[in-house]
Design a protein around this ligand. Structure first.
Ligand SMILES: NC(=O)c1ccc[n+]([C@@H]2O[C@H](COP(=O)([O-])OP(=O)(O)OC[C@H]3O[C@@H](n4cnc5c(N)ncnc54)[C@H](OP(=O)(O)O)[C@@H]3O)[C@@H](O)[C@H]2O)c1
Length: 258
């Protein structure tokens, strides 16, 4: 039996949970579910194992901690598994003025959304190159395409994820490795409770996490470097290029107002 595994960060809710459910139904690879809430992960793992003949492991970890990515890679190795598919989905945003946010919250966001993601990509790519096979899905956001007042640091982290992923997809294509940046628009998950974003315009038209996950998996398997999910969101990058930058930033700020 193969020891290749799919690691999904942020699998305890929202898009990550949906990715786990859909991959468990579609593929035979072992799943490793990662997040802080062990009880949620355990419940999901039990559900998936009952429904499908696959191995499901749980690793409870705070990816905002320095060194957590290295710890995750070691924990997966200790399970006797090799990462064939890495899904960097864990992330959060905060809807607030930059100066009103505690610095520790911004640092935690940068550590989770960018640093841990980068360290995990860097850790898994050499073995994927050797096998001439591997997949990486990095969850960015439509916020990656422009600055966004009230989500200033969050949008900047997602711009980083998009930029990194597109470059890596180009570098690794010849090595048989598929890398996709997924850019969801507003999606009905706990993200908006965590972010304090429930009054903003973004939450008036939300996609389902099921649809976002399905679109993300399809695009990863098709080897698309970037996917904007949701019919309403797809034209956004195009219109952003037509309008003056300050105009785009102004609109984004208006839409984020709570
Ligand atoms: N929902 C949207 O509108 C939207 C739009 C664009 C992009 N996104 C992106 O989609 C991704 C998934 O978010 P979601 O919408 O599914 O929100 P969600 O339901 O809040 O899920 C976030 C996941 O990340 C995990 N997580 C948060 N902090 C963590 C930490 N320090 N260490 C480990 N895991 C952590 C959470 O698990 P624990 O709390 O158990 O740790 C949870 O499983 C994020 O990267 C987000 O930026 C979301």
């Amino acid at each position: 039996m193969s020891n290749l595994a799919t690691v999904i960060t942020g699998a305890s809710s929202g898009i990550g949970e949906q990715l786990a459910k859909q991959l468990a139904a579609q593929e035979q690879q072992a799943l490793v579910l990662v997040a802080r809430r062990a009880d949620k992960l355990q419940a999901l793992a039990e559900q998936l194992k009952q429904a499908h003949p696959i191995r499901v492991e749980v690793i409870s970890l705070d990816l905002e901690q320095v060194g957590a990515a290295q710890q995750l890679v070691k924990s997966v190795q200790d399970l006797g598994l090799e990462i064939d598919t890495l899904i960097n989905n864990a992330g959060f945003g905060v809807n607030d003025l930059f100066t009103d946010m505690p610095l520790e919250r911004i640092q935690g966001m940068m550590q989770l959304n960018m640093v841990a993601l980068t360290e995990l990509c860097h850790a898994v790519l050499p073995a994927m190159r050797q096998r001439k096979q591997g997949r990486i899905m990095n969850i960015a956001s439509v916020a990656a395409f422009q600055s966004c007042p009230r989500f200033a640091a969050y949008a900047a982290t997602k711009a980083y994820v998009l930029s990194l992923s597109e470059a890596l997809a180009n570098e690794e294509k010849a090595n048989g490795i598929k890398i996709t940046a997924v850019c969801p628009g507003a999606t009905a998950t706990a993200f908006h409770d965590v972010a304090g974003n429930n009054g903003s315009f973004f939450t008036k038209m939300m996609d389902s996490a099921e649809d976002v996950a399905a679109s993300a998996i399809k695009s990863l398997n098709a080897g698309k470097p970037v996917i904007v999910t949701g019919a309403m969101n797809k034209p956004l990058p195009f219109f952003n290029r037509l309008l003056p930058r300050q105009c785009v930033v102004w609109i984004a700020g208006k839409l984020a107002a709570t």
